[in-house]
Design a protein around this ligand. Structure first.
Ligand SMILES: *Cc1c(COP(=O)(O)O)cnc(C)c1O
Length: 394
């Protein structure tokens, strides 16, 4: 029964389902415990203490202090706030920001916005593994530089940057360091103290928590503009009645992720490398990103030459496989990935790039099925490719 169709969700980097333990802990905060955390009566004490507990749970995982944790609506908001908030609060000191060419759009488009408001942005290039150069970073820092924003781990190719070394450079040069750790949180070890991180973004729906809730860690003493002006919640930095259930869910999810991190990491690395090895046996295939420790445990990103991208993804969908492509559909048009472009993948290969991102429910049987299906699909599509037919003839 080898060809039996099975549905496989292998797109965990896009989002995850919520663990049932997370939902269970959230549930009473939608109904029973609904008091406004800012009220003065006993109904507020329950919600207020739930928020405090979640804050302590996040702080424990990041090795920060609880009052350095601010809840936001997710990774995009945290990135926006961290970068714009620091930029506008430190304009007096300088107007230069350093980031990379491979950031998430929540960082890149925030930087583009700041360029329209008089800031200068350096976009560091990366090598073919997707790694920045520490030398290039050092050389880019000037006395006008106020912020370095470099992602912890890339969402497309899984490359993990040398965060501790970046933090050391920034600390030595007295420049603030923000990292988008949305893909890293709950999956790899993070320590904001040891890694000299001043600001860090994370989002619950990337580690089995609810959507629409995230955190910006802001190291104590950092100058940053308040994001939402209002009733002075979250020490007036981000006002508005808190998303209590979401916050409770995030706290539970990050705690669970921490508990299973090591074991799950080791399990996924085995599956990842099995999938990579198997896919690279298909002729004219190429792995994008780094190998070993420098790659996210669950990330596989491979390009296939002589393959029509559209046909590939229609076939994957038909076979019940939920994966991501190298080109993102935004507002009806297909945008080739800026990340794959930055590591030097030609346009035709970007279109036929697949990202598989594995998670808790990914099994060895899934990988076996995937390898079989992928080699069948690629072979079938290539038979229709004139360039490939030409290649076979010569
Ligand atoms: C998903 C993601 C974001 C955006 O997070 P949301 O919570 O969906 O807004 C930002 N950065 C990276 C690296 C991501 O993977």
């Amino acid at each position: 029964m080898n060809n039996m169709k099975r549905n496989i969700y292998i797109d965990y980097a896009a989002t995850t389902y919520m663990k049932s333990e997370v939902l269970e802990e959230m549930n009473p905060y939608f109904t029973e415990y609904f008091g406004n955390p800012s009220s003065i009566h006993f109904m507020s004490r329950k919600t207020k203490s739930a928020i405090d507990k979640a804050r302590r749970r996040v702080a424990k995982v990041l090795n920060s202090k609880a009052d350095e944790i601010f809840f936001t609506s997710g990774g995009s908001e945290s990135d926006n706030w961290g970068i714009k908030g620091v930029a506008f609060a430190n304009e007096g000191k300088g107007n230069h920001i350093i980031t990379t060419k491979i950031e998430h759009h929540a960082v890149l488009n925030t930087c583009k916005y700041l360029e329209k408001h008089g800031f200068k942005v350096t976009y560091l290039s990366v090598n073919k593994e997707g790694m920045i150069s520490l030398e290039e970073l050092k050389n880019a820092i000037s006395d006008k530089t106020i912020l370095v924003s470099i992602m912890f781990a890339n969402n497309e190719i899984g490359t993990i940057q040398p965060i501790k070394e970046i933090g050391e450079i920034c600390r030595a040069k007295n420049v603030l360091f923000h990292t988008d750790a949305v893909q890293a949180t709950g999956h790899v070890f993070i320590d904001v103290d040891e890694m000299n991180i001043d600001l860090l973004s994370l989002s619950a729906h990337k580690f089995y928590g609810p959507k629409g809730i995230g955190v910006l860690y802001i190291k104590k003493g950092i100058k940053i503009d308040n994001l939402i002006h209002g009733g002075s919640q979250q020490r007036a930095k981000r006002s508005g009645t808190e998303n209590v259930a979401g916050i409770v869910g995030l706290g539970k999810a990050i705690e669970l992720a921490e508990e299973t991190l090591e074991e799950e990491r080791n399990r996924l690395i085995l599956l990842r490398d099995k999938l990579i090895d198997g896919l690279l046996k298909i002729p004219y295939s190429k792995l994008n990103g780094a190998v070993g420790e420098k790659r996210l445990p669950g990330n596989v990103n491979i390009s296939f030459e002589f393959v029509d991208g559209e046909a590939l993804f229609i076939n994957l969908d038909t076979m019940g496989i939920c994966a991501s492509s190298g080109s993102a559909c935004s507002a009806g048009s297909v945008e080739p990935s800026h990340v794959l472009d930055a590591i030097g993948i030609p346009q035709n290969m970007i279109d036929s790039t697949v990202r598989f991102s594995m998670g808790e429910k990914t099994t060895e049987e899934d990988i076996d099925y995937l390898l079989k299906v992928m080699s069948d699909i690629i072979e079938r599509i290539r038979k229709l490719n004139s360039e490939y037919k030409q290649k076979l003839r010569v």
